[in-house]
Design a protein around this ligand. Structure first.
Ligand SMILES: *Cc1c(COP(=O)(O)O)cnc(C)c1O
Length: 368
């Protein structure tokens, strides 16, 4: 049996006609950038996410960069960030000229350990950038309490967790300003690059809208040096269609995760995902850990099963960050996760036969 790591078939099939109708209307509209389709999606996504405002931007990396800029975070400032995130989170901080201050995750949840944040706060600290990794919320109650005590901005990276909650509240609605990505493979994926910023602050979102559009509020008058990073009308109208199905698609992911949790319990040295108290995950990824990761990945590949590693090298050991002079051993939890993690296929439409096949091939690996 061949099982790809990711398939969009089940997500696209029921909305194909709706998508092509929207595409035709979009072509005929003659308005392709910053129009009514974007405004509509922005208000729909803000409402879905439980925030007052939303600004659509070109991609998830730009969303974090623009959010940081709106908070006036730049050279000389420090931003606290997990040691085990996707590189984009760090890139956003260094792109605005600030310094990433890594904090280790809890090894059980893979999310930033709030108990380790306060010791990293200095007079230069301006913000905390928690990442809801793999589809699970960080412990936002503790993080917000620390931020309020020290008067810091919280900028959530919600790229992997659209629809996840902590104590019943949506990720992307806790921080002062929050960023997300609609990269095709995310839980809410566009048909190309797209991203968004959410906030309850009208002032911050207005500033993001100025930054995304050349630093201009009034055409040809530029108050700051901005970017060109707008969410296309085309992606906006397709995202509006997909947003209506997001909760249902997230439920299907959760069902797959529960089936893996059952069938992979007590198999070999496998460590399965753990949800923190109060957190309801949406399983962007289903990540297991094993000391035999590379061998297991090879075995599954030989059996036709696609897997990926999120991520094989933590940011502090990347060549791009050699200037920070970190070395192996500086963030041992992030390094251990990088050496042992393996993402199994998980997406809406992954059926029982496929889930059983994957589980059985994993059991066979450990029995051999
Ligand atoms: C995907 C992702 C991003 C970046 O999003 P893009 O749209 O690809 O730029 C940032 N942070 C995390 C955690 C992500 O998974």
């Amino acid at each position: 049996m061949k099982i790809p790591f990711l398939s969009f078939d089940h997500i696209n099939a029921p909305i194909k006609v709706e998508l092509s109708n929207a595409f035709n209307d979009f072509i005929n509209s003659g308005w392709y950038i910053l129009g009514d389709r974007l405004k509509t999606f922005e208000s729909e996504y803000a409402q879905y996410n439980g925030t007052k405002y939303c600004a659509g931007v070109g991609n998830g990396l730009d969303a974090i960069i623009i959010a940081l800029k709106a908070c006036n975070i730049g050279p000389g400032d420090e931003v606290i960030v997990p040691s085990n995130t996707y590189i984009a989170t760090w890139l956003a901080i260094t792109n605005v000229g600030a310094t990433p201050i890594p904090v280790e995750p809890r090894v059980e949840t893979y999310n930033i350990n709030p108990d380790l944040i306060e010791e990293k706060i200095t007079s230069a600290t301006k913000g905390i950038l928690p990442v809801h990794l793999y589809g699970q919320s960080c412990e936002m109650d503790k993080i917000m309490a620390i931020a309020n005590k020290h008067n810091l901005f919280v900028i959530e990276d919600n790229a992997q967790s659209q629809g996840a909650t902590f104590n019943g509240k949506m990720t992307g609605s806790f921080g002062h300003i929050n960023a997300t990505s609609f990269y095709p493979g995310k839980n809410l994926g566009a048909y190309g690059d797209a991203g968004a910023i959410t906030s309850d602050s009208e002032e911050l979102i207005e500033m993001c809208k100025v930054i995304r559009n050349y630093g201009s509020r009034i055409k040809y008058f530029n108050e700051i040096k901005g970017f060109n990073s707008r969410l296309d009308e085309l992606q906006a109208c397709l995202l509006s269609i997909k947003l209506k199905h997001l909760n249902e698609m997230n439920s299907l992911r959760i069902e797959v995760a529960q089936k893996f949790n059952e069938s992979l319990k007590n198999v070999g040295d496998l460590i399965l995902p753990v949800e923190a108290v109060g957190s309801k995950a949406v399983y962007h990824l289903y990540v297991v850990r094993t000391k035999m990761r590379d061998k297991l990945q090879k075995h599954l590949s030989e059996k036709g099963i696609g897997t990926l590693i999120h991520y094989p090298k933590p940011p502090h050991l990347q060549e791009a960050y050699s200037e920070l002079n970190y070395k192996i051993g500086d963030f041992p939890i992030a390094e251990e996760i990088a050496e042992t993690c393996l993402s199994l296929p998980i997406y809406p439409g992954l059926n029982d036969e496929q889930i059983n096949y994957i589980s059985n091939q994993i059991k066979e690996f450990y029995n051999a």
